[in-house]
Design a protein around this ligand. Structure first.
Ligand code: IDP
Ligand code: MG
Length: 154
């Protein structure tokens, strides 16, 4: 199954929205493989946002992401990268659909609450970047038979 790295950004913690956001992923049926709180440093952010380091807004993004702790999560699910991006909504929350996390809860592009991996390959890479092996848990989720058809969970 696919894996996605989620980061609940400083605005999610500061605004008390961590539970609301995690709830939306849990009720979808996604499995939490790992979850922890951490602070991000410049080197980790430069690796994570390598596609953005030359953008004019990068300095502000970096400062904001370091401004308070974040919660990082590794989620697993069948084709979950795409479905999580749909739950998240567009990067610009003012263009995000109602019903999505960003569409319902955010306004500023630089304050859009959550990061989620954008491809299966990046999901694997980002989970490995933020989690050590011992921080990820391999376990059976009893409700899987009610969430997936057999071929989807094999
Ligand atoms: P994504 O988070 O939807 O995958 P990316 O293009 O990967 O979007 O950008 C990463 C993050 O950088 C965004 O979530 C947002 O916080 C910030 N960002 C992207 N574009 C802008 C911008 O034009 N102004 C300010 N911040 C931006
Ligand atoms: Mg991105």
């Amino acid at each position: 199954m696919e894996r996605t790295l989620i980061i609940l950004k400083p605005d999610a913690l500061q605004r008390g929205l961590a539970g609301e956001i995690i709830k939306r992923f849990e009720r979808k049926g996604l499995k939490i493989l790992g979850i922890k709180m951490m602070t991000l440093d410049s080197a980790l952010l430069a690796a994570h946002y390598a596609h953005l380091t030359d953008k004019p807004f990068y300095k502000g993004l970096e400062e904001f992401m370091k401004s308070s702790p974040v919660i990082v999560m590794a989620l697993e699910g069948y084709e979950c990268v795409n479905s999580i991006r749909i739950i998240l909504g567009a990067t610009n929350p003012r263009e995000a659909e109602a019903g999505t996390i960003r569409g319902d809860l955010a306004i500023g592009t630089g304050r859009n609450l959550v990061h989620a991996s954008d491809s299966k390959e990046n999901g694997e890479k980002e989970v490995a970047r933020f989690f050590k092996a011992g921080e990820l848990f391999d376990y059976d989720k009893s409700e899987y038979a009610l969430i997936y058809e057999g071929h989807e969970r094999s």
